[in-house]
Design a protein around this ligand. Structure first.
Ligand SMILES: [Zn+2]
Length: 160
């Protein structure tokens, strides 16, 4: 684990009291380690700039409190919501980095996506990245309303 720590992935801005840090050796811990070593660290390396984590592992009470999906990858330590800072156009570069490193991921969701009139993704509020220990589905999607999700075309020109 080079750029991220387990603790860094166990956070909540709104419900800090519901945060739980999984113990070493648990499934959740191992999933977080896999997420960091095989997804977040390589993406961060490719991106070349710091990435902030707003949500990672969510124990059931925390997931419920934030309105997470009942089968969310966050429940198992397999997902992280990340962004680069205040420049939302930079978040698109996180997606580019994921594609650059070419790993088999479970989910890449452009959250709060904004497109220009030509259909190019120009910014998003944050990126949800998920990696499972196996059976990764390569879901490449976006949401603009945080309720409905749509396929993000690989051919979508991601502008810098
Ligand atoms: Zn998420």
């Amino acid at each position: 684990m080079k750029y991220f720590t387990i603790d860094e992935l166990c956070v909540s801005g709104s419900y800090p009291r519901l945060v739980v840090v999984p113990k070493e050796g648990t499934t959740e811990y191992n999933n977080l380690k896999n997420l960091i070593e095989n997804m977040l660290d390589p993406v961060r390396e490719n991106l070349g700039k710091p990435i902030r984590v707003t949500s990672g592992y969510r124990p059931p009470r925390l997931n419920k409190a934030v309105g997470g999906a009942s089968n969310s990858n966050h429940l198992y330590g397999c997902a992280a919501d990340i962004h680069t800072g205040n420049d939302s156009t930079d978040n698109v570069k996180i997606i580019e980095s994921l594609l650059n490193i070419g790993i088999t991921y479970d989910e890449c969701i452009s959250e709060g996506a904004v497109f220009d009139k030509n259909g190019n993704l120009v910014s998003c509020k944050w990126v949800h990245l998920a990696l499972r220990p196996n059976n990764n589905r390569r879901k490449f999607i976006y949401t603009t309303d945080f309720k409905t999700y749509h396929p993000l075309k690989k051919t979508t020109k991601i502008t810098k």
